[in-house]
Design a protein around this ligand. Structure first.
Ligand code: ADP
Ligand code: MG
Ligand code: ZN
Length: 658
């Protein structure tokens, strides 16, 4: 949809390019310097030099700070440089000084030696005596020239190369020109007609959010209406919610509905290596956007720049500058022209307070995970894109996907379509949809993993243990399906529970305890039937423990601690990790309490299974045979076994009949 990929060039970090260029330039310069040092000189010892002097072989000596450079005399009978007579007369006719030129050539053809400098009082007298020319070069022709050559020139070359490179790069990235291009925003303009094309119809199940945004749409349509009455529109709206709930989609829909340009930018794109780049990007973005107003600026993942500035441990100058610039611009722009900023985040708690104050992102719009109705609506939106059989039941699918976000649901519909293709069908069936739900929840079926008969038996009893605990207890959701087909995400079998009606938002203490009992009933079945403990219960134990812990530390449901909040949740919209608020002693006591609750629930699970041993055996047998049991079949067998049991108990009493 948008061109994110374009910006991912391999030359991501300007610093790296800079380094590379510097190194290359230095090498080139050095090679050039070396090649300039001609003709080749040969080193000799000082005594050799004196010997040469004695033998009258020295023509000239140049004394520098650290050496004597010795020019050897050209032997009289050696080859003289010559030119052809015709050329000679031609050159003379042009007025060129051929003799001087020949002399020069001759001079340059002298052999050159050098030797280290030695302080020698007699040397000058000796040179005079032999009639040798000697001189010393004047040091440093000009300090300014020198400075220019050693410092300015290399830097200039590097700068030039860098300039050329960045320009060709930013051309490729579609940005502005030259080194200044670093600072230019990468905002992508979406022309409404052919690009976002998203409207509120495409966003399902977020009615409250849409309502809040509707006002912004209306305002963008007609800013003067609001201006006339003196009403100020909110400058910014912050979309807050877990990943995949449709925040980005909603922002696009606002632009689509209002038919205004949509500037979108991700928070992390602001923050780069160079300090000041982010800030200049912000400035540029607002400049471009004001020119196009009315329009929408969308900043995705704003927590990347909007992190609270008081965090001392990891302070980041660049981020702070960027944030300050953003705050500045938000104060500065004239909202009556119809510029609206929408930002999205799933970590509202880390945002800087200054961002949230009135006049900035003062409107907070919560985008929650969808409820049953919402999920059904979202499925309806996405199912339109695939061909289906006429009898599909999206409500059943919505019931089975409690806790799924919009993105998950979109993914499931696509997964179902893929399965239909794999099966060689032309339309998506209900079976495809429900299988897709399971694939997303538990992974793909692993038909090739063969369990040994013994293992299969254990898994079957384990799962039926869960299912029975569900069926016997009052405060649980009914069983939808039991299966012992292994899945790619590690489970060897599982029991799927599914609410019959609208899910509920509150969970009572009884429900939690019953749910813990259901989790622990798998292990209880292993113990009861095979007198063994397997690793298959690890995940059950984890979930049961978490539930018990939350019940005690967050929901105030234990008699021992009452309503003390012993833990609080961080990152509510992400992993929901909790941090402890209590002393070490209390922590220990909490652990003990958790162990006690789990033990009670385990005992209860064991009791249930002992009482229903006949049903356990019967259903497990059936499951081993068929590998998958639906919730309905499960309940049928369970009821018939129960009836049989009653019949046996009251077999000789005709009055008691159910
Ligand atoms: P977020 O920005 O909240 O992480 P996105 O807006 O990127 O989530 O949603 C990802 C995808 O999930 C969307 O492109 C869309 O296909 C689907 N999706 C999410 N929420 C909804 C919704 N409420 N209605 C329809 N589709 C949705
Ligand atoms: Mg997003
Ligand atoms: Zn289990």
């Amino acid at each position: 949809m948008n061109n994110d990929k374009k910006n991912r060039s391999p030359f991501k970090s300007p610093l790296l390019i800079f380094l590379a260029i510097s190194i290359i330039a230095t090498v080139i310069l050095n090679v050039m310097m070396l090649s300039l040092q001609s003709p080749k000189k040969q080193e000799i010892s000082y005594s050799d030099f004196l010997a040469m002097l004695d033998a009258d072989k020295v023509d000239e000596v140049v004394i520098t700070q650290d050496r004597f450079v010795i020019y050897e005399k050209i032997e009289e009978n050696g080859a003289e440089p010559e030119i052809e007579p015709r050329t000679d007369s031609f050159m003379r006719s042009l007025g060129l000084d051929v003799d001087a030129a020949l002399d020069k050539v001759k001079q340059n053809s002298r052999r050159v030696y050098y030797t280290g400098y030695i302080y020698d009082e007699r040397l000058l007298a000796q040179l005079d005596e032999k009639g040798v020319k000697y001189s010393t070069p004047i040091q440093n022709n000009s300090p300014i020239l020198d400075f220019f050559l050693t410092w300015i020139l290399p830097l200039g070359i590097i700068y030039l190369l860098f300039f050329l490179l960045t320009r060709s790069m930013s051309k490729r990235m579609g940005g502005g020109g030259g080194i200044m291009g670093i600072g230019q925003s990468h905002a992508k303009m979406y022309s409404v007609e052919n690009s976002t094309g998203v409207t509120f119809k495409d966003v399902a199940g977020q009615e409250e959010a849409k309502e809040s945004l509707d006002e912004i749409v209306d305002y963008l349509h007609n800013p003067s209406k609001y201006k006339a009455i003196g009403a100020k529109q909110p400058r910014g709206a912050l979309l807050v919610g877990p990943p995949g709930t449709g925040k980005t989609l909603l922002a696009k829909a606002v632009a689509g509905e209002a038919k205004v340009p949509f500037f979108s930018l991700s928070g992390s794109e602001f923050v780069e290596m160079f300090v000041g780049v982010g800030a200049s990007r912000v400035r540029d973005l607002f400049k471009q956007a004001s020119a196009k107003a009315p329009c929408i600026i969308f900043i995705d993942e704003i927590d990347a720049i909007g992190k609270s500035r008081d965090n001392q441990i990891s302070s980041n100058d660049e981020r702070e500058q960027t944030l300050n610039q953003l705050l500045n611009e938000m104060d500065g722009f004239d909202s009556s022209r119809g510029l609206v900023i929408i930002a999205a985040t799933n970590r509202p708690e880390v945002l800087d307070k200054a961002l949230l104050r009135p006049g900035r992102f003062d409107r907070r719009i919560i985008v929650e995970k969808p409820d049953l109705k919402g999920r059904e609506d979202i499925l309806k939106v996405h199912i339109k894109n695939v061909k289906t059989e006429p009898d599909i039941d999206l409500r059943e699918m919505a019931l089975a996907t409690s806790g799924a976000a919009g993105a998950d649901l979109a993914n499931m519909v696509n997964e179902a379509a893929l399965r239909a293709v794999r099966m060689g069908r032309r339309t998506v069936s209900q079976e495809d949809l429900m299988e897709a739900v399971e694939v997303i929840i538990a992974g793909k079926e692993k038909k090739d993993r063969i369990l040994s008969d013994k293992e299969k038996e254990i898994v079957a009893f384990h799962e039926v243990g869960h299912a029975l605990a569900t069926a016997v207890q009052k405060h649980t959701q009914p069983v939808h399906k039991i299966t012992i087909v292994p899945r790619t995400m590690g489970s060897l079998g599982y029991t799927m529970q599914m609410p019959e009606e609208e899910e509920h938002y509150l969970m009572s203490r009884d429900e939690i305890l019953d749910q813990i009992t259901v989790f622990l009933a798998g292990r209880a079945a292993e113990e009861l039937v095979f007198n063994t403990k397997t690793t298959g219960a690890a995940n059950d134990i984890e979930r049961a423990t978490l539930l018990a812990r939350n019940m005690i530390t967050q929901y105030g449901m234990s008699d021992k601690f009452g309503m003390a909040g012993l833990e609080s949740v961080q990152n509510k919209y992400l992993d929901g990790r909790s941090v402890s608020n209590c002393s070490e002693e209390t922590k220990t006591a909490v652990d003990n309490e958790i162990i006690r609750v789990l033990k009670e629930c385990h005992d209860k699970a064991m009791r249930i299974l002992v009482e229903n041993r006949d049903a356990l055996d019967e259903i497990a047998r059936y499951l081993i045979d068929k590998e998958t049991v639906t919730g309905d079949t499960f309940m049928e067998i369970y009821k018939s076994v129960k009836d049989k049991r009653r019949g046996a108990e009251f077999g000789d009493n005709d009055d008691v009949k159910d």
